[in-house]
Design a protein around this ligand. Structure first.
Ligand code: F3S
Length: 414
């Protein structure tokens, strides 16, 4: 890989040993991935800047101390690219507790202070684009949240590979990233055409079912959809999250809609397989994601990936004058900046008056602190991960079905 004089200086410790250590990892990784050069990074979404949650309590103190040491190292140097935080493993306002001790909270407070001083934007969200972090077409990003990587690659035409904590923080510290994968023009074409015959309409769960299907059939490849209208931000969020849940995609195209796909020919550069998405595909995915053994539910989770202001507004309007069913817990997860606006609008107060919670900085799959045994949601990703993380029975349905379950305790979906 060719390095400039400026990059060589970083590698040789010109900006200190910590930067050199992480930059060396990045350069080595780039070599392995076949990158020929490093390119300037415009935006970083960094994970791992968090205390370990319940791990810190007792389960594995050694791992917790290691995590803290790593975060202290991450935050010991100023960032060279705008850097926003992914979710934390602790929600400081979650009254469920989930085994989080005062010591865990003190860890998190320390990390917050260190990250602030390092110049990191404390967004604590998996959907930075709902909190105002929105790169432009063609900008180079090092983002960690898989759904957000898919969103910015596909809907905006920004460029990010899928990152882990170390590669993203190395990009933030150095300001550079190795150019490989979807950062290069020739790797942004479609590998598969999906003709959408069962239209998702306006229900967000339907965009999730379609995305999960597309992820399953695409694996690590890039699908291009035909027959889809331009999705709302909320629908695109579900599609992006589900594509990265059903498979390992970094991006998709929608012919005639997304910025790099004015038509099929613009993204299909070689003969590729063509398949259909039908009603029976939709039903198979919905049934695969429904593991409820009873229609009595006790947990409702919305806001995965984190809810937009419009989602919070819609949920709040549906709860006006209503009450959450006794024994059922409703949680809406969002970025704290979105919650702040929703509070100003009185939306959070309506949700809380009904007995619901608006929580920030994390989600049940990340904190591993769920409630009850049977959870329903409109988000394919939360259903998929929560059942694996906490053993909840789950189901995915429309917002009507989810809100009805919240106020009656009974699931009537799928
Ligand atoms: Fe967001 Fe991932 Fe949770 S997308 S809501 S942090 S499972």
């Amino acid at each position: 890989m060719k390095l400039t004089d400026e990059q060589r200086l970083l590698l040789d410790g010109g900006a200190g040993d910590t930067v050199a250590k992480y930059f060396r990892l990045l350069v080595e990784w780039g070599r392995v991935m076949g990158a020929e050069r490093l390119v300037k990074v415009d935006s970083v979404h960094a994970s791992g800047i968090t205390a370990s949650g319940r791990v810190a309590s007792a389960v594995n103190r050694e791992a917790a101390q290691k995590t803290l040491a790593q975060v202290l190292e991450f935050t010991s140097v100023p960032m060279r690219a705008p850097t926003a935080t992914h979710v934390a493993r602790i929600c400081l306002e979650d009254d469920k507790g989930g085994g989080v001790t005062d010591e865990d909270k003190a860890f998190q407070q320390l990390i917050i202070e260190r990250a602030r001083r390092a110049g990191i934007q404390l967004t604590w969200t998996c959907a930075p684009y709902v909190a105002g972090i929105l790169p432009s077409k063609g900008q180079i990003c090092a983002w960690t949240e898989s759904s957000a990587v898919v969103y910015i690659n596909s809907m905006i035409g920004a460029r990010s590979t899928r990152n882990g904590a170390e590669s993203a923080i190395a990009a933030a510290m150095s300001g550079w990233f190795p150019e490989f994968g979807v950062l290069r023009d020739e790797n942004r074409g479609a590998d598969l055409i999906i003709d959408v015959e069962h239209a998702p309409g306006t229900e967000l769960c339907e965009w999730g079912f379609l995305g999960y299907f597309a992820g399953e059939v695409s694996g690590l490849g890039t699908p291009v959809f035909t027959g889809l209208p331009s999705p709302s931000q909320e629908a695109a969020k579900q599609l992006s999250a589900a594509v990265a849940t059903g498979g390992g995609c970094s991006m998709f195209h929608i012919a005639g809609v997304t910025p790099e796909a004015p038509d099929l020919a613009a993204v299909v550069h070689r003969p590729v397989q063509r398949i259909r998405y039908t009603r029976s595909d939709r039903d198979r995915i919905a049934s695969k994601l429904n593991t409820l053994t009873s229609s009595q539910i006790d947990y409702v989770v919305l806001g995965c990936p984190h809810a937009t202001l419009e989602e919070v507004r819609t949920i709040s309007a549906r709860l006006e004058g209503k009450k959450i069913f006794p024994g059922v817990r409703l949680e809406i997860w969002t970025a704290w900046s979105v919650k702040a606006v929703a509070q100003r609008m009185g939306l959070v107060q309506v949700i809380e008056a009904a007995g619901g919670k608006v929580l920030t900085d994390s989600c049940p799959s990340i904190t591993r602190a769920g409630f009850g045994k049977r959870m329903v949601t409109n988000a394919v990703k939360q259903a998929n991960y929560l059942q694996g993380m906490t053993g909840h029975e789950v189901a995915v349905g429309t917002l009507d079905q989810v809100m009805s379950a919240a106020t009656t305790g009974v699931w009537s979906g799928n």
